[in-house]
Design a protein around this ligand. Structure first.
Ligand code: ZN
Length: 152
């Protein structure tokens, strides 16, 4: 217990929960991921709050999240217009997301979401502003607790 738990207080990130990829069309993108890269499709859902359709693909211990805008108002639509399709965000799996948001803000980090909101799969999520993270859009992602948290 003592040795394995060393430094646990500093371990804010449990794992990279998923990597978000902006695509114009999930239907067009899926054959590459499923048939060529051989990632099992875990599910597709609409996330109204972000005006996106998302598809989750299992990539070993982490996941790939394809994001297709459902409206021109979607931030993902603006992202594709500006930068084209490609890596959109990296999601860091955390516990106690509200505490993590407070901690980051207390360190002077700018949040896009000052409060957690519901994301895909019923997770609580909050985006960190890329201005505070060297141009990388990070998402904090807290999953519903289910069973063994070390190996889901
Ligand atoms: Zn995400």
């Amino acid at each position: 217990m003592q040795t394995a738990e060393k430094g646990k207080g500093n371990n804010m990130v449990e794992k990279v929960d998923h990597i978000g990829i902006a695509v114009r069309s999930i239907e067009s993108a899926l054959p590459l991921y499923v048939d060529v890269l051989k990632m099992p499709l875990k599910g597709i859902e609409i996330v109204e709050s972000q005006k996106v359709k998302v598809a989750f693909l299992q990539a070993g211990e982490t996941k790939i999240e394809l994001l297709e805008p459902t409206s021109n108002e979607s931030p993902v639509h603006r992202f594709i217009e500006n930068k084209g399709e490609g890596i959109h965000h990296v999601a860091l799996g955390v516990a106690s997301i509200e505490e993590r948001i407070e901690q980051l803000q207390s360190e002077g980090i700018q949040m896009i979401d000052g409060k957690a909101r519901k994301g895909a799969g019923g997770a609580n999520i909050a985006f960190v502003h890329p201005k505070s993270c060297g141009g990388v859009l990070y998402e904090l992602c807290e999953k519903e607790k289910k069973g063994d948290v070390h190996d889901d």
